[in-house]
Design a protein around this ligand. Sequence first.
Ligand code: AMP
Length: 397
Amino acid sequence: MDINTYDFKGKKVLIRVDFNVPLDESLNVTDNTRIKRALPTIKKVIENEGVAIIMSHLGRPKNGPENKFSLSHVKKELSELLNCDVHFLNDCVGKEVESAIANAENGSVYLLENLRFHEEEKKGDNAFAKSIASLGDAYINDAFGTAHRAHASTAIVADFFEPSSKLFGYLMANEILNIDKVLASQETPVTAIIGGAKVSSKITILENLVDKVDHILIGGGMAFTLLKVAGAEIGNSLFEEDYLELAESILKKTENSRANVVLPKDVIIADQFDNNANTQIANSHEIPKGWMGLDIGPESILFYENIIGKSKVILWNGPMGVFEMPSFENGTKSIALSVAKSTKNGAFSVIGGGDSVAAINKFNLSSQVSFVSTGGGAMLEYLEGKKLPGIAAISGE
Ligand code: AMP
């Protein structure tokens, strides 16, 4: 069912959002990005005179309720952003919650307490999902960040609604649309820039992308296991021996694949994992013993910039180096600037995965790319070609 055409009038609408926001010591919200992203869906429901019943998790409570993880701390921010009253309920299931919702007026907003105060949430418990479902006439999933989890509120709850009364929220629909735009692009060339620390967490993505994109530019710590396969001396650089065989088979696969896979030709090496370490530019195949590669080098940057500049569609996941340290941020920063420039010239760009978003924010370039995904793990699994439980529960596929 489509959120744009659904008639919410007089309906109680359960909305799963991702309000897992950071709080400071006084329990004030320090970054309201996730709340802002959920506003279009909530507004749609209340402007159409439905009742918005908002549910989320916050943090990682271990044994039931803990004040520091209470969603009551989010109520004020949500109320200010929506410019209306928000009724906070002390639980997400039970008699009191049921009677408050039964008496809710059309157009009102209810915020339920942290779902993870009940251990049944993460277990995907059926009875718990049924209790949540009993509160609503319709169910919207707008929490892309948890779409890869088969939790009670993100997937199981949908079993208790007819296909005609379960839908994607705007945020979720947008994530799927934008990532699919890259994975099934008719426009070429399509370039994926893949970096980050470990090859183990990106290998399935590489495997899935080799026939969907034209170029895969590799950077970050993950490059070194692949370089080792290609016969390089990698010194003390990050290396995952257990993944050597898999890395080898993927590189072999790329010989006949659509994608041209590019490893860095040169790297910035350091004699310690430290911002103040001694550094040098080195050929990526000849890293001396005792030194480690912590960023891509100038020749690689130029080569990658050239490909990015000619690309029509760009996907970026994972930094090119240890961008948190100024001495090793240049590769990631240059690639971020290059993606921004290409976007300005008409390319479509999508950035996602926790650390790439942190990097693009660090360089204040998030407004200069086409789409920044809210899903870290969810985006990774989507790129791996997996079916996400939160999406399948609604689409039925
Ligand atoms: P990921 O979460 O897998 O995307 O990895 C992101 C992390 O990888 C960042 O914290 C980077 O500092 C780190 N990283 C990137 N390049 C390297 C490298 N060459 N050696 C060690 N860590 C790296």
